[in-house]
Design a protein around this ligand. Structure first.
Ligand SMILES: [Zn+2]
Ligand SMILES: [Zn+2]
Length: 349
């Protein structure tokens, strides 16, 4: 099979690898779409503890069931050729953290395209329990199931609700899906910041009002729109020291700050200020299986509008797209197409 392998930091190579064989409890999927995730850019730049040379990246995918390994009961198998998406985060399922309903932070969790070869290849082997059947001729946005699940989880970590106010810092794919999830929830005052002008139209189309990301002016405008108090919830989809500071300052007393972006390892925060205003500072990492299933259902229903540009490209264009994204290209989502979607009628694009 053809696969895009990280040959060295900053350089992918399109190579022929032996077809991967599904082991016990596994299934092989023919990958028709593989989205490039912002979380992978660090691996490309060599600043990621997880992704190293020799690895096939890719954890956001759509494909067609190809072959099952042993040990998957016949009544739990989908027909070969069935269109599916995959929850790429696999937890152990039996540690105290998994049993407490937090499998997304299981210490033994594994990520497709991180711990094992991912979907930037014609074929990928995944856990059979991670498949989600999808409509062959369904919405073009199903490829966004994974980032949508991240956004749903982040909103669920806070108590912002109908009629409330929220500020989203960063209008990349996760920021846009956060705006969409908040709008769907009935949040009335929806604000966002974004440094890249090319991403602003999509943020506005998602129902958000853009504010400048410079501190003083940002805070003045947030207060102006919230009766002087600050927003009910701030979602930091960037994770720089500056956005973390802005998040803490823009939230109202008793509100929620939800830290999502992983950009900076450490940041100084005004903790006394947080305590005195009883701000709930929560973090949100990835998604649970429930968040993922809900994201698939939402996208299947066609109710979720994604206003970022979705660009489709061949696997051979992977290198140049990673380079453009690292350089700050504003595209909403780049989707590589390793295999033609020809097996199931209606799935072809
Ligand atoms: Zn992702
Ligand atoms: Zn576990």
């Amino acid at each position: 099979m053809r696969a895009l392998v990280l040959a060295e930091v900053g350089r992918f190579e399109l190579v022929d690898l032996p077809d991967p064989q599904p082991g016990a409890g596994e299934v092989r999927v023919r990958v028709t779409q593989s989205g490039i995730c912002g979380s992978e850019l660090g691996g490309f730049r060599g600043t990621d503890g997880l992704r190293h040379p020799g690895l096939v990246f890719g954890h956001e995918l759509i494909g067609l069931v190809d072959a099952y390994g042993p040990g998957v009961p016949p009544d739990r198998r989908l027909e070969p050729g069935s269109p599916v998406t995959v929850n790429p985060l696999w937890s152990c399922g039996h540690c105290p953290i998994c049993r407490a309903g937090r499998p997304n932070v299981c210490p033994d969790r594994r990520l497709l395209g991180g711990h094992v070869n991912g979907s930037n290849a014609e074929l990928v082997v995944v856990d059979a329990g991670s498949l989600h059947p999808i409509d062959a001729d369904g919405s073009d946005t199903i490829i966004l199931a994974e980032p949508t699940a991240c956004a749903l989880r982040a909103v669920r970590r806070t108590s912002v609700g109908p009629g409330g106010s929220a500020l989203v810092l960063g209008a990349g794919p996760i920021g846009l899906l956060l705006l969409e999830a908040l709008r769907r929830k009935g949040v009335e005052v929806l604000l966002f910041t974004e440094r890249m002008d090319g991403r602003v139209p999509a943020g506005r189309a998602s129902g958000g009002v853009r504010l400048p990301d410079g501190d003083d002016e940002l805070l003045d405008l947030v207060r102006e729109r919230t009766g002087g108090h600050g927003v009910d919830a701030v979602f930091d989809a960037v994770g720089s020291s500056q956005t973390r500071q802005s998040a803490v300052q823009a939230v109202r007393a008793g509100g929620d700050v939800c830290l999502v972006g992983l950009h900076a390892g450490e940041s100084m925060l005004p903790v006394r200020n947080l305590i005195r205003r009883e701000v709930a500072c929560v973090t949100s990492f990835a998604y649970t299986p429930t968040d993922f299933a809900d994201a698939v259902a939402l996208l299947q229903s066609g109710d979720v509008d994604f206003h970022g540009e979705i660009v489709h490209a061949g696997l051979e264009a992977g290198q140049s797209w990673y380079e453009k994204l690292v350089a700050g290209h504003p595209a909403g989502k780049i989707v590589l197409e390793p295999s033609p979607a020809t097996v199931t009628a209606g799935a072809a694009r």
